[in-house]
Design a protein around this ligand. Structure first.
Ligand code: NAD
Length: 226
């Protein structure tokens, strides 16, 4: 089975009703990254940061996967599909994708403030000051904040090096190291890109300049007919 690696960003969840970060109605219009998505912000005002992610989690439980998430599940009938997502929602899993690697963490998990490897499932529950991990330390969102290391970049890089086909959906490719993954894909492997806005990539790609729900379907239809 050929290996398809799909790199997704906030744009694939936009039509489910989750705001992207950089579009004009995006989250960064309402919040400054340095106030809510860095470790310094968390040290300065933990309640603000916990509330920000509590709000994101509540929003996640009000939305559903969309046709783009579902089409990527259909691709598993013919291909070994690996989703590498920058998203912290779990809409790929909810849609039924079986191999999903989260680069920036997951809203439905929390971890110990003291031990990065002590991760617990919290589902839709809020995290409050005073909520403790099993080691007694404060629970924090299991999110990779700006400036923090991205532990899953290594397995993601290995997947990209072995990709027979690479698909990029709904990411501005502004956030590194995720944005650099495309450079590890073999030059001989075809690349597809789905995004209504122009995204600059330094290799030949077949572009579908449209929303994820229609664009991903076109890519999947093409691959299912090959
Ligand atoms: P981004 O906001 O920088 O880029 C979003 C991209 O999606 C843009 O290129 C935009 O043109 C495109 N887009 C908008 N609507 C679309 C649609 N309907 N279909 C397809 N594409 C569409 O987001 P990013 O590149 O993912 O990176 C920023 C960071 O945002 C990441 O670290 C990620 O963790 C975080 N984030 C995650 C979520 C989520 O989990 N759903 C939401 C917002 C931001």
């Amino acid at each position: 089975m050929k290996k398809v690696v799909v790199l997704t960003g906030a744009g694939i969840s936009a039509e489910s009703g989750i705001s992207t970060f950089r579009d004009s109605d995006g989250l960064w219009e309402q919040y400054r990254v340095e106030d809510v998505a860095t470790h310094d912000a968390y040290l300065r005002n933990p309640k603000l940061v916990l509330d920000f992610y509590n709000e994101r989690r509540r929003q996640l439980f009000q939305v559903q996967p969309n046709e783009a998430h579902r089409q990527l599940v259909r691709l598993e009938e013919r291909y070994d599909v690996h989703i590498v997502t920058q998203n912290i929602d779990n809409l790929h899993e909810q849609a039924g994708s079986s191999q999903v690697l989260h680069l920036h963490g997951l809203l439905t998990q929390a971890r110990s403030d003291r031990d990065d490897n002590l991760i617990v499932d919290i589902g839709d529950r809020d995290i409050h000051l005073g909520d403790k991990a099993p080691d007694g330390a404060q629970l924090r969102p299991h999110i990779v904040w700006f400036g923090e290391a991205v532990p899953n970049i290594e397995p993601a890089t290995e997947l990209c090096e072995k990709a027979d086909i690479f698909i990029v959906v709904g990411t501005s490719l502004n956030v590194y190291p995720a944005a650099g993954l495309i450079h590890y894909v073999p030059r001989s492997s075809p690349c597809y890109l789905v995004d209504p806005k122009a995204v600059s990539v330094s290799r030949p790609v077949t572009t579908f300049a449209e929303k994820a729900t229609t664009g991903v379907k076109k890519v999947v239809d093409e691959l299912m007919n090959q």
